[in-house]
Design a protein around this ligand. Sequence first.
Ligand code: HAM
Length: 428
Amino acid sequence: MSEQIQPVRGMNDVLPAEITAWQRLESTARQLLAEYGYQEIRVPMVERTELFQRAIGEYTDVVEKEMYTFVDQGGDSLTLRPEGTAGVMRALISNGLLRGQRHKLWCDGPMFRHERPQKGRYRQFHQIDVEAVGFAGPDVDVELIALTARLWRRLGIERVRLQINSLGTPEARRIYREKLVEYLRAHHDQLDADSRRRLEGNPLRVLDSKNPEMRALIEAAPVLTDHLDGESREHFAALCAALEALGIPFSVNPRLVRGLDYYSRTVFEWITDALGAQDAVCSGGRYDGLIAQLGGEPTPGIGFAMGIERLVALMTQAGAVPAPAAADVFVVVNGERAAAYGLQLVERLRDALPGRRFELNLGGGNFKAQFRRADRSGAALAVILGDDELARGVAALKPLRRDAGQSESPLPDLAAAIQSALATAVET
Ligand code: HAM
């Protein structure tokens, strides 16, 4: 045997046993997003590298260390998308969709970051990404958060908490940045190598450090919320008041700065204590300057993305994962003629009863083996077609999940007989 090919580290297969949780999450989110007036957009998985450098920021972990970047045959530097927002904004700009218009959009799919894989952190992971563009006031911030809170309720997810913060305007951040740099310079000897480098390029990122030896220094650093401009303060106060009015519990975390540079004003994160170190299940915020920074007509925006793998893990822990749908009918075929006719018969039944799940016995096998398969399929009803039945123009019906005898139906009436047998199977 030849050697097996290994999967790529940090990139997972989603197996049929896990897929019902994914499908439940995806269909519930789709349904809810439609209820709130969001439309789906699909954008490429690959973009020019420059897009992410400009949108996410040169000094972020994502751009500095985590991007899957390659030069294609035409000599262009391209990158597998590490997140969805930049691509969606690029699409709005490239397709001329801004010009004072508003958009409520969502997309989903795989994202790629070359991080160190661990539980809940992967190199290919999946997000549902939601973006509202053209809305400047705090009402949309509130509505987006209410949407996520409702999604958790619909999914039966309980162990999540909301944290919010405001990063203010770029001008307020510039003033704060000076204060922070002054503080960090005064403690230069306590900074690790990453933080020393960031001190010059993007000092706010120092606050994002995961190094435990930096914790005390970061705790004592000046806080951005104390340096907010008046309008951002008002925006934030309105957000907090509306969340309170809606009864959505939250806490203000002044250290919540987020790992991507495009944010301004509102940022938020839903975190859980149920998944270990990778605790953020849904994160986002306002990016009022991003579109202009990418060459589009200045337009405010806000959005968030949720990590599908992490939410699926929460749903599984909460026991909120549906069992895979079982077959309705298993068709047992006994004898050569019956096996050949069975293929036609099941296709006709599928025509007559769309939506019903039929499983035809494939690959032969004696009666006993076929009944074992029928039982394992979870079907409520077996339809039995032997050469003998075929010669008499009938098929037999046998309920599998309750104690009931076998009956017969003429072949032309079989679809109706199946419907009524299934209806009885559900009632009892
Ligand atoms: P983010 O915080 O980088 O934001 O990612 C959003 C969510 O994706 C996280 O809360 C987490 O659940 C999940 N996630 C991130 N990295 C990984 C990973 N390596 N493995 C598994 N799950 C992961 C964004 O991506 C922004 N684009 C969100 C946004 C949209 N902001 C405005 N609009």
